[in-house]
Design a protein around this ligand. Structure first.
Ligand SMILES: Cc1cc2nc3c(=O)[nH]c(=O)nc-3n(C[C@H](O)[C@H](O)[C@H](O)COP(=O)(O)OP(=O)(O)OC[C@H]3O[C@@H](n4cnc5c(N)ncnc54)[C@H](O)[C@@H]3O)c2cc1C
Length: 414
């Protein structure tokens, strides 16, 4: 077993961290206090530097203008980028576009790739993914109300979606809609590419979350489709394959998120340690001399290192054996890393006292924004059920008793 990171990759990771510290950290103070739209020009300038250094779209193959990294390698880059809430955006591997690029690459026709994937890959447009509905449980994605009915050469969509991340300003949405309500549950829905300027496509509002409605990429929208007509060629993949494609998007997508969360942990941990080392509770009496904070530091370090290995192993399993072989590992990663992140952020805030609550550090942004990690891409409880049912099956539990196989595939954001 070789844990070494190859030299060239180590150099890239160090340079990426240097770029983030120099160009991206200074932009963070505007998060939440100024509209995202106002930050776009400054972020564009950093994007140009990222392109010129050859780091653009690290998750994409070279044929699409990306770095052509394996999932494991991208995980390492994602860890660095996750140190800043803006890291993935400036490298064009941000949710939900990264997942949509993956879908278009894997399932799109040549015409769809040219029209939607390549502009996304170049960073010229943004997109969103609309699956969750206000009136149905997102944790059961085979049960939804939005319909897409065939009418001649078109599909006509009617329904409501919400928490479509980054829908504000997106050029198109990939929408999950029921195309055959009589089919067996996993074959009922399809994915459709719906341009945002289609008649009948309405962005109702940006949903206020933790006190902020946000805007642009940094927002989550409620959408309404009212007689929204798209041509048949906008069907992505096969009719009825919506659920399967969304699941295919999920495996690597969860690794992307989880390595980003490790980056969040690293940043919060560094702030925790800096504070413990420098904040004096009395003259010459640093806070770090207290056993309580020493325990936070040791426990956090152990939890982050263990979580990181769990994610990298899951990424390696997907690279080597495919996403199906990693299903349980992905579920473990999803709930475990989200929980570690929440605890590390919380400890760092506690160590900062009132400063931790203020917006003078990035910690309060992490605290507000990353709470959602335990909900999107499948709530903790669904992933724990997936893991526990598989384990119980090995001990002879019946499908009925343990509910084995009954859990719907959890839901996606990336
Ligand atoms: C910040 C953020 C961004 C998002 N971005 C997107 C996006 O871009 N596109 C999109 O389509 N959706 C997005 N979502 C929606 C997300 O995928 C859903 O919130 C998620 O799937 C859960 O669905 P729900 O909110 O309807 O909760 P529900 O399904 O109603 O579940 C509520 C709670 O019930 C419990 N629960 C559910 N199922 C089980 C179970 N089987 N066993 C035990 N307990 C259970 C859990 O505690 C869960 O939190 C986003 C959500 C957030 C918070």
């Amino acid at each position: 077993m070789d844990f070494a990171i190859p030299e060239p990759m180590q150099a890239v990771l160090a340079s990426i961290r240097e770029l983030l510290e120099r160009e991206v950290y200074p932009l963070e103070s505007a998060l939440g206090s100024r509209p995202f739209a106002e930050q776009v020009p400054a972020l564009e300038a950093v994007r140009q530097e990222v392109k010129s250094r050859g780091w653009w779209a690290p998750q994409l193959p070279r044929s699409c203008g990306g770095m052509g990294l394996s999932l494991l390698e991208f995980g390492l880059v994602g860890e660095e980028l996750g140190r800043s809430p803006l890291g993935h955006y400036v490298f064009n591997c941000q949710a939900p576009d990264a997942g949509n690029m993956e879908l278009l690459r894997e399932f799109g026709t040549e015409a769809q790739r040219q029209r939607w994937l390549m502009p996304l890959a170049r960073g010229e447009i943004r997109s969103c993914f609309a699956m969750t509905e206000p009136d149905f449980p997102g944790s059961n994605p085979v049960w939804m109300g939005t319909r897409a009915v065939r009418d001649g050469e078109d599909h006509v969509l009617d329904g409501r979606k919400w928490f479509a991340s980054a829908a504000d300003g997106a050029a198109f949405a990939i929408v999950m809609a029921v195309t055959d309500p009589e089919a067996e549950p996993h074959r009922r829905a399809s994915l459709l590419i719906v341009p945002a300027d289609s008649p009948g496509f309405h962005r109702v509002r940006n949903i206020s979350c933790m006190g902020h409605a946000g805007d642009g990429w940094a927002s989550h929208a409620e959408l309404a489709f009212e007689g929204c007509r798209v041509p048949r060629e906008n069907l992505l993949g096969a009719e009825g394959a919506g659920f399967a494609m969304a699941q295919a998007r999920l495996g690597p997508g969860r690794i992307h998120h989880a390595m980003r969360w490790i980056g969040v942990c690293r940043r919060a941990f560094e702030l925790l340690c800096q504070r413990a080392a420098t904040r004096e509770l009395g003259p010459g009496d640093p806070f770090g001399s207290r056993q309580t904070v020493q325990e936070w530091i040791a426990e956090s370090q152990a939890a982050i290192e263990a979580a990181r290995l769990l994610v990298l192993h899951a990424a390696w399993t997907i690279d080597t054996h495919g996403a199906a072989a990693a299903r349980e590992a992905i579920s473990l990663v999803k709930f475990h890393v989200a929980g570690v992140m929440q605890q590390v952020i919380d400890r760092a805030i506690q160590a900062h006292g009132a400063l931790g609550i203020s917006d003078d550090t990035v910690l309060s942004w992490f605290y507000r924004q990353e709470r959602a990690a335990r909900i999107y891409d499948g709530p903790d409880e669904v992933h724990k059920a997936v893991v526990a049912k598989r384990i119980l099956k090995q001990y002879g539990a019946s499908s009925r008793g343990a509910g084995v196989g009954a859990a719907p595939g959890p839901h996606t954001r990336n």
